[in-house]
Design a protein around this ligand. Structure first.
Ligand SMILES: *Cc1c(COP(=O)(O)O)cnc(C)c1O
Length: 382
């Protein structure tokens, strides 16, 4: 039997290096609460990502909820329907109402031209996602936010180390949230972070993620436990030493796909507009009506060959039961997102995906296209 190819595979740095950091944790007896590994990772990440302040978290979802709390977001929050469900779940957990607006067909990110019509007196923030690491139209989004005096929190779970002409995309808006889940470009098993702009905001976030404790005798806000433990931070530090190589290898896979899939009828490879530095987190393609079989049929054919592609993001967030009755969840409100959710397919991409695996994947995608061409030539020859 052929080996199974998953859509992603966690990047694992050398085990010995991780173990030696674990030994340091044993020696210090410091397991969590901002220990030496945690402090070292915060500093190293701020430097690596070229951002002013990083606060580490136990996962990206708690980081998002804490960002909402840090900025005292209330009422309605404008967000994208085309994301992992955690984006809207965070809003619900913070008692905010998600207001979905449509996406752009080229980037699959929140369409700024749809935002203003969705703003009401209850709107207090916009929460866009840099989908697949493609930067949002941040200038347009932030101009609207300033005009209406509302906050911008970017769900940057896909955008680790992504840059545009102005540098890191993580420095834009009020706060950006990262995820270091095992399936993400940079992982700490589970983990996440918030990036903010001022030392005051960082200390507010750090207090919020630690039960709201300010000092031994003072707890002035109802915080949560969002702390990253030393073992996770040790993984992050170990991984950080190898992340450039890992991203470069993802870039090799990305480039190979782009060459191999070029010119297949009905297959559109999503571009990388507005990026000067990419992280190659995902490899999304769109299957349209010109392709001989449906997107779901292609997904199934890949599965039959033990290739696990994923339909990110399908179903759309507004289709889930906790969101479907919201007025903004109606299909008519989200025509582009609805169309794209039916076409999208993310192909396997991770460091170490070799040429043989790549050929297996590309052959399946090419084969129905070729069959139709052959049929057409047979008919023509008769
Ligand atoms: C992964 C992800 C999250 C959640 O992060 P966790 O660390 O798994 O909690 C949130 N938003 C998006 C867009 C994601 O891809």
């Amino acid at each position: 039997m052929k080996k199974k190819i998953y859509v992603t595979k966690p990047f694992l740095p050398p085990l010995e290096e991780f173990i030696s950091r674990v030994e340091k944790i044993w020696e210090s007896g410091h397991l969590t609460n901002g220990g030496p590994q945690h402090q070292a990772l915060e500093t190293a990440l701020a430097e690596y990502l070229n951002v002013p302040h990083v606060s580490l978290f136990n996962n990206g979802t708690i980081a998002l909820i804490t960002a909402l709390q840090a900025l005292e977001i209330s009422g309605e929050v404008i967000t994208t329907p085309f994301s992992f469900v955690a984006t809207s779940n965070a809003l619900v957990w913070h008692k905010n109402t998600p207001v979905f607006v449509d996406i752009e067909p080229e980037t699959l990110n929140l369409d700024p031209s749809c935002i203003e019509a969705a703003i009401t007196p209850k709107t207090s923030a916009i929460m866009p996602v840099h989908c697949y690491g493609n930067p949002c139209d941040m200038k347009a989004i932030e101009t609207i936010a300033e005009k209406h005096k509302i906050k911008v929190i970017y769900d940057a779970a896909h955008a680790f180390a992504v840059e545009d002409l102005h540098g890191s995309v993580l420095t834009r808006g009020d706060i950006s949230a990262l995820s270091f889940h095992a399936t993400k470009v940079f992982n700490t098993f589970e983990g996440g972070a918030l990036v903010c702009k001022t030392p005051e905001m960082k200390s507010r976030i750090d207090s919020l993620k630690n039960f709201g404790i300010e000092d031994e005798l003072t707890v002035s806000i109802a915080g949560i436990n969002g702390k990253m433990s030393e073992i996770n931070a040790a993984m992050g530090l170990t991984q950080l030493g190898y992340i450039d190589g890992a991203i470069e290898d993802r870039g090799r896979v990305d480039a190979a796909y782009r060459t191999a899939l070029n010119g297949i009828r009905g297959v559109k490879v999503l571009g990388k507009p507005n990026q000067t530095v990419s992280n190659f987190a995902y490899f999304p393609i769109l299957i349209d009506d010109n392709y001989p079989v449906s997107r779901d049929e292609l997904y199934q054919r890949l599965r039959e060959q033990d290739i696990m592609s994923r339909r990110y993001f399908y179903p759309l967030i507004p289709e889930f039961p906790m969101f479907k009755d919201l007025p903004s969840a109606r299909e008519e409100n989200l025509p582009v997102a609805t169309k794209m959710a039916k076409r999208i397919l993310c192909l396997p991409i991770y460091p170490g995906l070799d040429d043989e695996d790549l050929k297996r994947i590309v052959d399946v995608i090419k084969s129905p296209a070729e069959k139709v061409v052959n049929q057409a030539t047979t008919v023509a020859a008769e």
